[in-house]
Design a protein around this ligand. Structure first.
Ligand code: ITT
Length: 212
């Protein structure tokens, strides 16, 4: 079976292919006419479902989407669902978000600036990932939908460290670790990450969902 990964974020595709190892997947690049889905929901779960439903409807194939972000305690959980467009236009769901390093760097710099006066010990944060699987209805078989969530707790360091991963990885120090997620080998990040947890849970649901 082919599963469509409903994302345009190159960093995510690399992670998802690795985590869903052995499952034949295709990214949105294989579907140039796929609709751009505005992330209009206030929750990670709601946005993940929006994206997976739209891409399953468009392709007729099982679709997997994630919505993820960084929730910073001292910022009352922000940027949260706005993580991809934190330094851009906040209110616009499509915003000027993109997956380029420049946007990631601007987002990360803004969070560091916002935490400049926050002392060590109060810099806690969590990466959160909601993943959705939508298998479209087929004949008399009705559609199947699942959502799962994964979290990784940590803290925001004062200066970026490391070149791995994407997005906010250079400033995120997982609890109990001495290295940021950008300083870890890819498989080390997967083993503890929000996306790793969510997608391993989703992978466990796939056999039944695809057979239903
Ligand atoms: P799609 O909607 O096409 O999947 P996107 O980049 O817009 O791509 P999101 O709306 O889920 O994806 O935004 C997630 C943002 O949260 C992402 O751009 C990063 O800034 C941040 N983020 C999520 N997971 C991360 C991770 O593992 N490491 C670093 N930053 C992460």
């Amino acid at each position: 079976t082919r599963i469509v990964l409903a994302t345009r974020n190159a960093g995510k595709i690399v992670e998802l292919e690795r985590i869903l190892d052995g499952i034949a997947v295709a990214g949105l690049a294989a579907f140039p006419d796929a609709p751009e889905v505005p992330e209009t929901e206030p929750t990670f779960e709601g946005n993940a479902l929006l994206k997976a439903r739209a891409i399953a409807a468009h392709t007729g194939l099982p679709a997997v989407a994630d919505d993820s972000g960084l929730c910073v305690d001292a910022l009352n959980g922000m940027p949260g669902v706005l993580s991809a467009r934190w330094s851009g236009r906040f209110g616009d769901a499509t915003g000027d978000k993109d997956a380029t390093g420049d946007k990631d760097a601007a987002n990360l710099r803004l969070v560091l600036d916002q935490l400049a006066d926050v002392r060590d010990g109060l810099r806690g944060a969590a990466f959160v990932c909601a993943a959705a699987l939508v298998v479209p209805a087929n004949g008399d078989r009705s559609a199947v939908e699942h959502t799962v969530e994964g979290r990784m707790r940590g803290a925001i360091v004062r200066e970026p460290r490391g070149t791995g991963g994407f997005g906010y990885d250079p400033v995120f120090l997982p609890d109990g670790e001495t290295r940021t997620t950008a300083e870890m080998a890819p498989e080390e990040k997967d083993a503890i990450s929000h996306r790793g947890k969510a997608f391993r849970a989703l992978a466990g649901l796939l056999p039944d969902a695809l057979a239903a």
